[in-house]
Design a protein around this ligand. Structure first.
Ligand code: ARG
Length: 470
């Protein structure tokens, strides 16, 4: 701990805090991230104090001017945050007061650290979350680029990790994109709800001074002001919403990583990760391991932990502000940092991977993944689906019993033993290409359908990144 000033609240106390108490209660390490936001909020607040006549304009001008200097110095590094301070608010107010004397002491007029911290967090999230969301967009973009090259790359789709029906790699990758689009949406929705300006709520009960909250709101670019001062200082829903959206995002990445781990096995070998994004073994010289996918899968646990920590911290708190809430920033920033690095690494890993299209194509045969297509063929001839299902099951059974890898190898007479309605055109329906082509419903794997899905994804990325631009 550096030599430190008395805390902002020392007046009522005759003894200074114990050194360990000071270390225990500081939030400065997590607050550092909000230094510029704190200054920005103070500039808007002090400007308003001058314009409303609560402070003489010369004083408000002096405060604003000095705060702008502080912002510049923090930016350039000529001023660094004193980690001995109790929090970022105390630090900035202390610097201001050192420089301006009594005038600096006026910056906290009509304000409490309780509404100040809520403001700082919201300002900070309005910066950080769009940055993270643009990483999500880059990932969607990367995946749809890969998908665009693979609308004809056949592979088995799976349920229960058992071969189910043929799809294409493009269709499969687009499925992951849809999850990421929802993740992006959840973060954007949370941003809309957190875009509310809490300053003017004071410690809990507002202020007796004629503050112009609307002026501060418009200066800081919020869309609304908070409606209830008690709620404003005790609300951390915005942190919880962001971290819960990040938990869902991490759950998706974790599932995708699980698949990449499986697909990297010798048994599957659908994907070959680049050596840049793989590791080796200290004992087994032949190994190339998908550690990055495993680490992302593992790190999802941290973000879920951040969410549980926040929910647990909040669940017993009576109105309004309670110091427990200071614990929020570590969880919040950790979740944002973990998710950001995972999205970045995942994008690099997937962009540099090679896709083993032959292995994928091979997965379409040998598992009777075309059985549903035989049933559908009969349905088109008027057979009730349940009956058609029974016919196809009989053909599959025959193939299994006679070691025939794919029913397409059977002669027509054999098919006819199961249904007289089956004709020579059945062979046009049973290849994996035909199975995929036939699934020409919106959202299906037919190449034209997937191509329109990819263009919609590209459009989403384009429109949304345009909107995100400052
Ligand atoms: N460092 C505190 C926090 O982060 C600021 C608010 C302090 N308020 C108080 N009543 N002690 O929550």
């Amino acid at each position: 701990m550096t030599d430190k000033k008395a805390p902002l609240w020392h007046g009522r106390f005759s003894e200074g805090p114990d050194a360990e108490a000071v270390d225990f209660e500081t939030s400065i390490y997590a607050d550092v991230r909000m230094a510029q936001d704190d200054v920005r909020g103070s500039i808007a607040h002090a400007g308003m104090l001058g314009k409303t006549g609560i402070l003489p304009s010369a004083e408000s001008d002096a405060i604003v001017r000095e705060l702008k200097n502080i912002a510049r110095e923090l930016e350039s590094g000529s001023l660094s945050v004193d980690t001995g301070a109790e929090d970022i608010h105390s630090f900035i107010e202390g610097v201001l007061t050192d420089r301006l004397g009594d005038i600096g002491k006026k910056v906290h007029t009509g304000r409490s650290r309780n509404d100040q911290v809520a403001l700082d967090e919201r300002l900070c999230l309005k910066r950080l979350v769009p940055e993270l969301n643009s990483l999500v967009l880059s990932l969607i973009n990367a995946l749809s680029d890969i998908a665009a090259q693979h609308t004809g790359t056949l592979m088995s789709g799976y349920t229960h990790l058992q071969r189910a029906q043929p799809v294409t790699l493009a269709h499969h990758l687009c499925a992951w994109c849809q999850m990421l689009v929802r993740d992006h949406g959840r973060l954007s929705d949370a941003l809309v709800r957190l875009d509310v300006m809490p300053l003017g709520s004071g410690a809990l009960a507002g202020s007796g001074l004629p503050l112009d909250r609307e002026m501060v709101r418009s200066e800081l670019g919020f869309s609304k002001i908070t409606e209830n001062s008690l709620d404003a200082v005790s609300d951390r829903d915005y942190c919880i919403e962001i971290v819960s959206a990040l938990s869902v995002l991490m759950m998706h990445l974790s599932r995708f990583c699980e698949e990449i781990v499986i697909w990297s096995t010798e048994e599957f070998k659908f994907i070959d990760l680049s050596e840049k994004w793989s590791t080796g073994s200290s004992i087994m010289p032949q190994k190339k391991n998908p550690d990055f996918a495993e680490l992302i899968r593992g790190r999802s646990g941290r973000v879920f932990g951040n969410l549980v920590a926040l929910l647990t911290m909040m669940k017993g708190l009576p109105l309004s502000y309670d110091r427990d809430m200071q614990e929020d920033r570590e969880q919040l920033f950790a979740a944002i940092d973990t998710a950001s690095s995972c999205v970045r690494v995942f994008t690099a890993m997937i962009e540099t991977a090679r896709w083993n299209v032959d292995r994928m194509a091979a997965s379409c045969s040998g598992g009777h993944a075309n059985a549903t297509d035989l049933a559908d063929y009969l349905v088109r001839k008027g057979v009730p689906f349940r009956t058609a299902h029974g016919v196809a099951a009989g053909v599959v059974r025959y193939c299994i019993d006679h070691d025939i890898r794919d029913m397409i190898e059977l002669p027509l007479e054999r098919f006819k033993e199961y249904s007289s309605l089956i004709e020579g055109d059945i062979y046009d329906c049973l290849s994996p290409e035909a199975c995929v082509h036939a699934r020409d419903v919106p959202g299906g794997p037919n190449a034209n359908r997937v191509r329109s899905q990819i263009s919609a994804l590209k459009k989403f990325v384009e429109v949304t990144s345009g909107r995100n631009k400052p």
